[in-house]
Design a protein around this ligand. Structure first.
Ligand code: NAD
Ligand code: 89V
Length: 343
């Protein structure tokens, strides 16, 4: 297939991973980059040898010469940049959180649909090797029909040194990290009809909540818990592993720390290693996330080249973003939230 040319907007902390991954993706390369901060533009441009550099996204779109845009900026700019892409008929990947509000996200999906351009949210956690392994084990029928699940991310890792803005927002863990965990819960057990949440702030140096416990009713009748914490001091730091427990009518699945996958069924117990690969440019403990960045970007290019809806399309991600908004609402008023009514 002919190589697709991309442009990346936002040359910050996480974009370095996306730029490395674009080098590995088959069928695509980055032709232009943009950041309103000239220093970040120079660092990324020099590191990845990109000549076409812009401090203004509108100027980059006006010049054109690319087939898709990868928006790696923080959330405040997402709506304007996605709508700019749609107005130029350029398919767009947009980092999570997709938008500041669910109504913004709905408008972004509607604009892209009206323009006939593909829109994918860079919701990469479901693309992690261990998460895919859990889904494959469940789909194999080994544990029968699932009736209960737990999706857990508990850590004491210092995320604030790399991403200082995370300490400054009124919202923290659900919007930044729980969004991934909620998406994994949807990916594994299906869409959610109702949600109840409780939050806490343990770290006095940050503004938002750093602990959340969320109860989900899935549409298929299963119940699950999503629990996330950046205030958990553990003997062995698990960052950035999501641990999963699933109970089914015939057995159980446990994804435990160290990427140990245990599947118990009528035939007995099968233990395997679901570790991610350590890509040449990756570094521990981020390699799990870094491998999933390559996987989601390859998925995007495959869909652009051969057609079909992406796994984390804008429309799909509305159902994850609704869970984020519902979790804050439930934590504030103490009540369960009807998800269907939000969509
Ligand atoms: P960052 O602040 O380090 O980088 C963002 C960059 O975007 C900055 O250099 C800023 O100057 C630039 N920028 C902002 N608005 C712009 C605009 N309108 N035009 C041009 N440039 C603009 O942030 P980050 O930590 O790299 O996070 C970026 C996004 O990635 C966030 O939405 C974050 O939640 C997400 N993220 C995702 C993952 C993941 O695994 N999917 C991991 C970390 C961060
Ligand atoms: O994945 C993320 O969005 C990151 C981190 C893992 C640090 O929470 O912000």
């Amino acid at each position: 297939m002919a190589e697709l040319k991309g442009a990346l907007i936002g040359c910050g902390f996480f974009a370095i991973n996306q730029m490395h991954a674009w080098r590995d993706v088959k069928g695509a390369s980055i032709a232009a980059i943009c950041d309103r901060d000239p220093e970040r533009l120079k660092i990324v441009g020099d590191q990845f040898g990109i000549e076409r550099r812009y401090t203004d996204a509108a100027a980059m779109f006006a010049d054109g010469g690319f087939d898709f845009v990868d928006i790696a900026t923080t959330v405040a700019s997402h709506r304007a940049l996605v709508q700019m892409a749609a107005s130029h008929k350029i398919p767009a990947i947009c980092q999570k959180p997709f938008a500041e509000t669910l109504s913004d996200a709905k408008a972004m999906v509607a604009t892209c649909a009206a323009a006939g351009v593909q829109l994918m949210v860079h919701e990469n956690f479901r693309w992690q090797t261990p998460i895919q392994a859990v889904k494959t084990a469940l789909q194999s029928g080994a544990i029968g029909e699932p009736f209960w699940g737990r999706f857990s991310f508990r850590s004491g890792y210092d995320v604030f040194s790399g991403q200082p803005y995370l300490a400054e927002g009124e919202r923290f863990i659900i919007e930044d990290l729980g969004i991934h965990t909620l998406d994994i819960a949807r990916f594994i057990l299906g869409d959610v009809s109702s949600l109840t949440a409780r939050t806490k702030r343990v770290n006095p140096k940050i503004k938002g909540e750093d602990v959340a416990t969320i109860l989900l009713d899935h549409e298929n009748g299963t119940t699950s818990i999503v629990d996330v914490s950046y205030a958990s001091k553990l003997a062995t730091e698990p960052f950035p592993e999501t641990l999963i427990e699933l109970d089914g009518t015939k057995g159980s699945i446990r994804l435990s720390q160290g990427y140990r996958l245990e599947v118990t069924g009528p035939e007995g117990v099968r233990v395997s290693d679901a570790s991610p690969r350590l890509l040449s440019w990756a570094s521990r403990p981020w390699h799990n996330i870094q491998e999933s960045v390559l996987a989601i970007q390859q998925h995007w290019i495959d869909r652009l080249a051969y057609g079909g809806e992406t796994s984390t399309s804008g429309a799909d991600n509305l159902k994850t973003l609704a869970l984020v908004e519902a979790a804050y609402e439930s934590a504030a008023n103490g009540n369960p939230i009807d998800i269907g009514a939000m969509l």
